[in-house]
Design a protein around this ligand. Structure first.
Ligand SMILES: [Zn+2]
Length: 338
C-alpha cells in the first residue's frame, strides 16, 4: 500500500504545483491588464503638453511639426506604455532626490559620465535617471536633425516631450512618489492626473515663442530642482485638508476603464487645488515651455536644417526599442495612475 500512497501524494503535489503555477500566471496577467488600464487616464496631460508645445515653434519648424502634430500628441505616452516591457525604460521617468540627502542637487554631477564615476551606474538607475536621460535624448534629437531623419526626429521628439513633462511633476523627484511612506497612497495620480483632468480647462498655459536654452544640462537640473521644491506643499496640504474630511467625503468611487476605482472626491480635489494656488497649472505651463524650448534648441544646435522637405514622414515607429518582457516584467516601479 505504501508505494501507492506515495505516488498518490506525489500526484497531489504535482496538481497543487500546477494549480499554483496557473494562479501565479493569472495574477501576473491580471496585474498587467490592471496596470495598463490605469495608465489610460494619466495620459491626458502628456498628450496636451506635447500638442501645445508644437505651437511655440518657429515657422521653419512648424512646417514639419504641424503636419505631424497628431503623431506627437498620440505618442506622447509611448515611454509609459513600454515601461514594463523595455529594459532600462522605467528609470528614465523619475529621480529620487531624497535618497541622496538634503544636498542632492549639489552632490549629484550634472553629467552622466561623472555621475556614474561618483555614484555607480546600478545605484543611479535604481533611483532614477531622468535628468541625465533627458540630456541623452536631446543629443539624439540633435543628431536626428543633423541627419534630417524625419522618423527619428518625430519619435525622439515625442519621447523627449514625455520625459521633460515627467520631470516637471514634483512626485517624480521623491522615493515617496505615491505617498506610500506618509499614508497618502494615491497622491501621485491625484496630482498629475485627476487635478489636471478636472481643472485644466481654466489653465492659462500660453508661453509665447520657443526660447533657446544655452545649457541643456543646467536647464533640466533646474526643472528637477523646481519640481522638488514643490513637494512640501504637495504632501502638507493633503495632510492638512484630510483632517477636515471624513473618509467617505474624501474619496469617491467611479468606474474607469471598467474598473471600480477609488479616487479623491471632487470636493476634496477642488479644495486641494485651491490650496496649491495654481501649482499644477504652473508646472504644466513650465513643461509645455521646456518641451518647445528643447525641441527648438536641438534644431538650432543641429545647424537649423531645412525641414520643409521632410513633411511626409513615413513610419515614425521604425527603430523603436524592442520589448523584452521576461527581463523587465516586475522590477519596473509601478506608478499606479501615471
Ligand atoms: Zn512617465
Amino acid at each position: 500500500m505504501a508505494p501507492i500512497c506515495a505516488s498518490g501524494r506525489k500526484k497531489r503535489e504535482k496538481c497543487l504545483y500546477f494549480f499554483r503555477l496557473c494562479l501565479n500566471f493569472s495574477l501576473v496577467v491580471t496585474f498587467l491588464i490592471f496596470s495598463s488600464s490605469q495608465h489610460q487616464w494619466g495620459f491626458w496631460a502628456h498628450k496636451r503638453i506635447n500638442r501645445l508645445a508644437v505651437f511655440r515653434l518657429p515657422p521653419e519648424m512648424l512646417v514639419f511639426y504641424k503636419p505631424n502634430i497628431d503623431y506627437l500628441t498620440e505618442n506622447a505616452v509611448n515611454p509609459d506604455k513600454r515601461r514594463y516591457s523595455v529594459v532600462g525604460e522605467a528609470e528614465r521617468h523619475f529621480i529620487d532626490l531624497d535618497v541622496y540627502g538634503d544636498g542632492a542637487l549639489i552632490l549629484l554631477p550634472k553629467y552622466w559620465r561623472e555621475a556614474v564615476g561618483k555614484i555607480g551606474e546600478d545605484s543611479l538607475r535604481k533611483h532614477g535617471i531622468a535628468p541625465w536621460h533627458i540630456q541623452l535624448a536631446s543629443y539624439q534629437l540633435t543628431e536626428a536633425f543633423k541627419a534630417k531623419d524625419a522618423q527619428r526626429i518625430l519619435r525622439i521628439s515625442a519621447d523627449l516631450g514625455h520625459y521633460i513633462a515627467d520631470a516637471h511633476v514634483p512626485l517624480h523627484t521623491t522615493r515617496n512618489y505615491n505617498g506610500q511612506f506618509s499614508n497618502q497612497d494615491g497622491i501621485h495620480g491625484f496630482w498629475e492626473s485627476r487635478l489636471p483632468e478636472l481643472f485644466a480647462g481654466d489653465y492659462d498655459v500660453w508661453n509665447g515663442s520657443a526660447e533657446y536654452q544655452e545649457n541643456i544640462a543646467n536647464a533640466i537640473w533646474n526643472v528637477v530642482r523646481e519640481s522638488h521644491a514643490c513637494l512640501d506643499s504637495v504632501f502638507l496640504f493633503e495632510k492638512e485638508l484630510s483632517k477636515n474630511f471624513k473618509q467617505d467625503k474624501k474619496y469617491s468611487y467611479e468606474l474607469r476603464n471598467n474598473v471600480l476605482t477609488r479616487s479623491y472626491s471632487h470636493d476634496f480635489a477642488e479644495k486641494y487645488h485651491q490650496m496649491l494656488d495654481r501649482q499644477v497649472e504652473r508646472r504644466m505651463r513650465a513643461a509645455i515651455k521646456m518641451v518647445g524650448d528643447m525641441w527648438y534648441t536641438c534644431w538650432v544646435n543641429a545647424g537649423q536644417p531645412d525641414l520643409s522637405d521632410l513633411k511626409n514622414a513615413l513610419d515614425p515607429t521604425q527603430g523603436e526599442e524592442s520589448p523584452n518582457w521576461l527581463k523587465r516584467l516586475f522590477p519596473a516601479r509601478p506608478e499606479p495612475e501615471d
